[in-house]
Design a binder for this molecule. Sequence first.
Ligand code: XIL
Length: 730
Amino acid sequence: MKKIFLALSLVAVSMSASAQWGRPVDYAAGPGLKDAYKDYFTIGVAVNKFNISDPVQTAIIKKQFSSVTAENAWKPGEIHPKEGVWNFGLADSIANFCRENGIKMRGHCLCWHSQFADWMFTDKKGKPVKKEVFYQRLREHIHTVVNRYKDVVYAWDVVNEAMADDNMMFRGFRPGVKPSPYRQSRHFELCGDEFIAKAFEFAREADPTGVLIYNDYSCVDEGKRERIYNMVKKMKDAGVPIDGIGMQGHYNIYFPDEDQLEKAINRFSEIVNIIHITELDLRTNTESGGQLMFSRGEAKPLPAYMQTLQEDQYARLFKVFRKHKDVIKNVTFWNLSDKDSWLGTNNHPLPFDENFKAKRSLQIIRDFDPVLDAHQPKEDFVPNSMNQPGQEYPMVNSEGYARFRVEAPDAKSVIVSLGLGGRGGTVLRKDKNGVWTGTTDGPMDPGFHYYHLTIDGGVFNDPGTNNYFGSCRWESGIEIPVADQDFYAYRKDINHGNIQQVTFWSESTGKMQTANVYLPYGYGKMVKGKNGKMTQERYPVLYLQHGWGENETSWPVQGKAGLIMDNLIADGKIKPFIVVMAYGLTNDFKFGTIGRFEAKEFEKLLIDELIPHIDKNFLTKADKWNRAMAGLSMGGMETKLITLRRPEVFGYWGLLSGGTYMPEEIKAPKAVKYIFEGCGDKENPEGINKSVEALKAAGFKAEGLVSEGTAHEFLTWRRCLEKMAQSLFK
Ligand code: XIL
């Protein structure tokens, strides 16, 4: 139903929440990331020369980030390519940009096997130098860089990537060489691990107060994690001034999970109390860390399900970062936008796209809810009331969380379309038994929801629960319990009416049409007529329309219209009447054409064919003062259009999340006895309230309902029906 809700907003049927469909959304609107995270850690970005010279890009940096890393400009090979040759140009520009804008920097990096000043290893004749010569050169390098920039730098990546990816030789196995936890770099070959200690000592000499970091990738891999841990521990025990560990964070949309990440954070917390996430980006393939087999080239659009996976992964990782804010002091994105990314635009790895537009992931990272962060769902989950026989999942708990379980052993990803607002759904994760499970990130709105599964990009229903017609297809359904649910509950102690399906030939559409007709208990019974003779009782009729993507089954099944009527009648709140729920010809309509939607076809079907058929075949009171029309969403649009054009047919009108009447639109004020308007409080309650006030002021009998805690959903409309029914035919 979301979609029609959005579409309706286009024709300015006053609605709010997601009035975004069809227009570009500015996900950067709102506070900057750095402000959203000010009580947690600084948020950084790695920059290139374009980022600091283009006004669009500098504006993003200034708004979002409180820490900057030079992507390449400060690396030894860039800034100090030959003995005595220094390239300070770009390096200074970046530092000056930060100085001018009051942004502190991470100094990256002082010693690394790659992009290194390799001249340090050889003399003028190209012969290898002794390690003492190398140390002297490294010291001079570190001192020069640190002294030049330490006024603007708060932390240094002193040594980068000194540990091996596996426990073997980094550059392949060579006979006679023992496996080593260290990367077999030129540094290591010349000095062993002593170069690490020396680099930190030189940095400390030059900057007594800066935070000195050992930085590496794949810290979430158990083996690498332990190699890093052991090395840093050994160094610290020997008095080497290592203050913190940098976890680069070159991850992907499938990896790591929260557990792997937390294990690394916890392990490193045993030996340091500062961790920086130094180079965060999320590839859309399965590579990570130091593997660089990514695909470059022009941006190809990312499939929607992958975008959801990426958003979810960002959300999960940041939740873990926030949880560990006592030790995590900085999170830095590696590059500003997808266009800048070292992984190539096709990996779409960052929260800003190749045009520097914020993606939804930015909003998701920024607009976290600290209350939900701290909350664990209550473990009182029970099977959803709509489950197929014998099925345990999906489950719901007393707070409104939903939990899903899907068996799809060879799938790469499973997404449930239901989740917190503004997100693409709930991403499930494979558990130890190879089963996909997951719980919504927070409580869902109470009442009924349609949903489906997206498995590796394909759409499926959840075999655990029943199917309901919505979004032009049979969707899975789930029912979140709510305190007032008794008004639509089945009560075994009362009399129940019945719903029967009628089919009729429609000349105007050239096909059979279907309607479901609710007949109250006692239908057909004899009563005394006006002339004193016994006759069968006749009833008023409500024509009740569904919304876009739905059909004649929606009100009777997910709308619970029959049960609502039974309960109202049993409690004496209404006199019995008939409810006709017909298919409203909503589903052939194309998006983008709603502004031109006139409901002319349905008007013909309803007034020339359906109503005569009902009046002929059922015990109706066949006049306008015994006839009402109401509809939800697009059915509300139909109701408004048809009642205004044909006031002689219906005496009671109702719009349920389907817009409002303005008094001046109603040409014949005496034509309507009662107008109902309602919506959820997450829609546009002000619109409803204002309209009802205006109608009342103009002398109409009007009533509104704003449903608490609901949006464009069936609980809103069940509640609307329950209230509206009590004022019809009076
Ligand atoms: C990358 C840069 O982003 C690229 O432009 C460059 O070609 C190679 O290096 N780990 C690090 C970073 O510590 O310095 C690397 O940056 C990415 C991996």
